[in-house]
Design a protein. Structure first.
Length: 280
């Protein structure tokens, strides 16, 4: 059998093989940050609060401040995914927008537009521990190498299903993952443990290098503080919001209180999904 001797043949063959090679054969993309945005959609939040929460993240990734923060990194790109979570029984964690590399303002706006088009889910109960576990499992699934890995947890209640939240947190921290928090405290608490949700997040949820949390107590803070939180996560330190509180010191909160209170309660049924931007 004769083989072609044309000088272009071998380079063309190599190029063709690279084009059709599976993604896992290609070198991973290096990024400054891999960020999981893990957002509470439990039924304890009003529907208008959930839509407002979603809008906070959409507007953040449309913001020039976020685009500038990304450009300021060593590599000038991050990987981000958006996850919604609720209870453990039945288990509810859902990837709304999969891993996306954001390098340019166009990338950020495209991520925001995709998020804006997705429906907003609602489901019963609150398992921060399951949200952390689910988020941890996402990092190996992305085809990138990240200098830092962060799970960004937002929610309006303490862990009331699944294993102890501190166990999940400590497991993540042991793997070099930072957990930051956005406790949502818009309403008068209907349960004793939610009266100090910010302290609960500080002592029981956040952890790792430069971990911090920012409580949201007023509706208008959703937009400003969500954006400030993401800027700080991208930059790794600078631009700290005046409301941000770092982790540190001896825990003052009983981190398993909510699990004890809710052990005997039966799970609620799933609630319906909302269309993106639905009027409420």
């Amino acid at each position: 059998m004769r083989y072609p001797k044309a000088p272009w043949f071998l380079p063309a063959l190599v190029t063709g093989l690279l084009v059709v090679a599976p993604a896992w054969h290609r070198p991973p993309t290096e990024v400054d940050l891999a960020l999981v945005l893990a957002v509470d959609v439990s039924t304890s939040m009003d529907r208008d609060e959930q839509v407002l929460q979603r809008q906070g993240y959409v507007e953040a990734f449309r913001s020039p401040l976020i685009h500038q923060a990304i450009r300021s990194g060593m590599l000038g790109r991050i990987a981000v995914t958006y996850v919604e979570w609720a209870g453990a029984h039945p288990r509810f964690q859902s990837i709304v927008v999969p891993w996306t590399v954001v390098e340019t303002p166009t990338d950020g706006i495209a991520f925001a537009d995709r998020l804006a088009r997705a429906p907003v889910s609602r489901a019963a109960s609150t398992s921060i521990a399951e949200a952390i576990e689910f988020s941890m499992a996402l990092f190996p699934s992305g085809h990138f190498l990240a200098a830092r890995r962060v799970i960004d947890i937002s929610g309006d209640g303490s862990n009331n299903q699944g294993r102890l939240v501190t166990e999940a947190r400590d497991q993540a921290v042991a793997r070099g993952i930072t957990i930051n928090g956005l406790p949502i405290m818009l309403k008068a608490p209907d349960r004793r443990e939610n009266a100090t949700l910010d302290a609960y997040y500080r002592d029981c949820v956040i952890g790792g290098a430069n971990a911090f949390m920012i409580p949201v107590r007023e509706r208008q803070q959703f937009l400003t503080e969500t954006r400030a939180k993401i800027v700080r996560e991208i930059t790794g330190g600078g631009g700290l919001s005046t409301l941000a509180q770092p982790v540190g010191g001896r825990p003052l909160t009983d981190c398993d209180t909510s699990e004890s209170l809710w052990d005997e309660l039966a799970p609620e049924p799933h609630a319906p999904r909302l269309g993106a931007g639905q009027e409420l």
